[in-house]
Design a protein. Structure first.
Length: 433
């Protein structure tokens, strides 16, 4: 195979995206050092990028990467201390023969990477570690996408529209923070799991939210980012099948993503819910989402934060049109969400549902009550909603002022296009107000 043959490089990328979490998890267990394990995995990846295009893709690609990583760990501990007990213990488990660099490492048949139970433990421990509460949300997101999602620093930077150096600094800071706090690489004890799980779910939800409704940039949907969150949620649902909120989050992500195909027009423009061709909605994703929500419901604990949002998404998925949507049920679900997790954003979304169930005149006072909330100080959301309500009430001059404000504050180009179209459709001569 030619050194310029792209097949090997594509294979490296594919294997890394699929198996990076298991590889890093196994290396973390071997070394007891999360930061070192991630570095070792990256070194193995770099070696594969040189070796596979030249010598061919090995029969066991993930095993190749793991074994090279383990050998690099041996080298690292040798450099620290040739008599280190950890080095001796790890060396004992290496298969006989094989070079420390380019030669194919061999399948290592006794390698615990391929023990299904151990894979689950490692991946779950890695997910809890990368989303540990000692980390900031930004660092947790970056580290999760790096070590669980297999994304590069450049990919993460492009996803969140920040410099690559910023992402690298967050990842480095996260690893140092975990090391300084002495965070163990383990699935948390049962008593600690609810609090830790909440952080994991929060990070996945944040990743998906940014992917499904990009806060800035030229595209309203970042499919790669949203897809990674869905993939990670599916992994988590398999690893923790007894947790209803895990299934609820997966349901929310699937049901929301089901509408993606209809949310973009042929030129990439945003298509509003009332204008979407529902025949383009992904029925398989809807079925998966409803099945996940049913699993959460079967637990008999009632809907939690993600369950309530998934139930709202299910209402949309089951309706044949905006008019036929069960808006009264959506309002009731938002009532429950507001009691469970009070938030001005929840209140704003509830007001939108009220406008659909009872009319804009019932919703406008609810939106006006949120006008002074600091959460909307630099957000286009509130003036955008208020402008739409005023437009529906025929108060077009007031609507114009609100929509102009929303356009100024909106950071996403496609969202600005929607607001601009609404503004252009206003007719001052029809103003009743």
């Amino acid at each position: 195979m030619s050194s310029s043959d792209p097949t090997g490089r594509k294979a490296v990328a594919a294997v890394w995206r699929i198996d990076s979490a298991r590889i890093i998890g196994a290396l973390t267990r071997y070394t007891g050092d999360f930061a070192l394990a991630e570095d070792l995995a990256q070194e193995a990846l770099a070696e594969a990028l040189v070796t596979w295009p030249r010598e061919g893709v090995p029969n066991n690609p993930a095993g190749w990467l793991l074994t090279v990583g383990r050998r690099r760990a041996i080298d690292a501990f040798r450099r620290r201390s040739a008599r280190d007990e950890k080095y001796a213990a790890m060396a004992h488990h290496l298969p006989e023969g094989g070079a420390l660099t380019g030669a194919e490492p061999g399948p290592a048949p006794d390698d615990v990477l391929w023990d299904p139970d151990q894979i689950d433990d490692d991946t779950l421990a890695l997910m809890f570690t990368s989303c540990h509460p000692v980390l900031s949300r930004e660092s947790g997101v970056a580290l999760t996408l790096r070590v669980i999602g297999g994304l590069t620093s450049d990919e993460i930077a492009r996803a969140f529209l920040v410099p690559t150096a910023t992402v690298q600094a967050r990842i480095t800071r996260a690893k140092k923070t975990l090391g300084a706090a002495g965070v163990p690489f383990e699935v948390p004890p049962v008593a600690d799991r609810p609090a830790r799980l909440a952080q994991v779910l929060s990070v996945l939800y944040l990743i998906f939210t940014e992917g499904s409704s990009a806060s800035s940039g030229e595209e309203v949907i970042r499919f790669d980012l949203a897809g990674e969150a869905q993939r990670l949620a599916r992994i988590l649902s398999r690893l923790m099948p007894e947790e209803p909120e895990v299934h609820s989050l997966l349901a929310l992500l699937e049901l929301t993503a089901a509408r993606f195909p209809a949310r973009r027009g042929p030129d990439g423009q945003t298509v509003l819910l009332e204008e979407q061709d529902r025949r383009r909605w992904d029925r398989s994703a809807i079925a998966r989402g409803r099945a996940a929500l049913a699993k959460a419901t079967d637990a008999g604990r009632g809907y939690g934060y993600y369950g309530l949002q998934a139930a709202i998404a299910e209402c949309h998925a089951l309706a044949s049109s905006v008019r036929d949507t069960n808006w009264d049920r959506i309002v009731a679900l938002y009532d429950g969400l507001s009691r469970l997790a009070p938030s001005p954003v929840v209140d704003l979304n509830r007001a939108v549902a009220v406008s659909m169930a009872q009319g804009p005149e019932a919703a406008l006072p609810l939106v006006d009550a949120l006008a002074s909330d600091a959460a909307f100080k630099d957000s286009h959301q509130l003036p955008g909603v208020r402008g739409e309500l005023l437009r529906r009430l025929g108060r077009h001059e007031e609507a114009r002022t609100e929509l102009e404000q929303a356009i100024r504050l909106c950071g996403n180009e496609r969202e600005r296009e929607v607001l601009t179209r609404k503004l252009a459709d206003l007719s001052p001569s029809d103003d009743r107000g």
